[in-house]
Design a protein around this ligand. Structure first.
Ligand code: GDP
Length: 197
């Protein structure tokens, strides 16, 4: 799929003001600083569509973008920034839970993981939580250009192995870089394939 147009639509702090459920929706989520905004910009070929390096954890915003007038790309607030308190985390979880409940048009959630690190508890727990709640998701391992391919592959294998403690099957995995656009065509193909079905 080629991204012919990508426009910012709206930013919401509340789930009751989200756009109509008239188009299929694909959401991106991950730990703060994982490279989510950079990847959204790379996928859409726009430098500043999603804002990179905001002060994490300030406002929990759901940003909707409309792609090719055909589908919504959604930038969800990140989790797990260093100063997160338990109450912040509960608040975030409540917010995301509500978003996931109301968006009947959500086709797939892309969970972003930093490919430089060994499996992190917070990411694994989030995937487990998605599994328990029956939310379909795929995994994107970001920042591939920052280390060797071998290191990325090893970290991905470890993450998959850890997931197999809870899941019978591991969801599809992508390795990406916002710098080189590695993985971007494959992610767009996956979205296109889901859209067609
Ligand atoms: P977000 O908080 O998840 O939206 O993360 P950002 O997109 O703002 O990225 C956090 C930092 O990582 C920024 O300094 C980005 O320039 C950098 N970054 C993000 N993705 C990549 C990538 O694929 N390669 C490299 N080398 N740096 C990246």
């Amino acid at each position: 799929m080629n991204v012919k147009s990508a426009e910012f639509l709206c930013s919401n702090t509340r789930t009751d003001k989200l756009p109509e459920l008239n188009l299929p929706e694909y959401a991106f989520i991950g730990r703060s600083n994982v490279g989510k905004s950079s990847l959204i910009n790379a996928l859409t070929n726009k430098k500043n569509l999603a804002k990179t390096s905001q002060t994490p954890g300030k406002t929990q915003l759901i940003n909707h973008f409309i792609i090719n007038n055909e589908w919504y790309l959604v930038d969800l607030p990140g989790y797990g920034y260093a100063k997160t308190s338990r109450s912040n985390r509960d608040e975030w979880e409540k917010f995301i839970r509500k978003y996931l409940r109301v968006r009947e048009n959500l086709q797939c959630l892309f969970v972003l993981i930093d490919s430089r690190h060994e499996p992190q508890k917070i990411d694994l727990e989030f995937c487990q939580w998605l599994g328990e709640n029956g939310i379909p998701f795929l995994l994107i391992f970001t920042k591939a250009d920052k280390q060797s391919n071998l290191r990325s592959t090893q970290n991905i294998a470890k993450f998959k192995k850890a997931l197999l403690e809870w899941f019978e099957e591991v969801p599809e995995v992508f390795l990406s870089s916002a710098e080189t656009h590695l993985g971007c065509p494959e992610i767009l193909i996956a979205i296109n394939d889901i859209n067609k079905n």
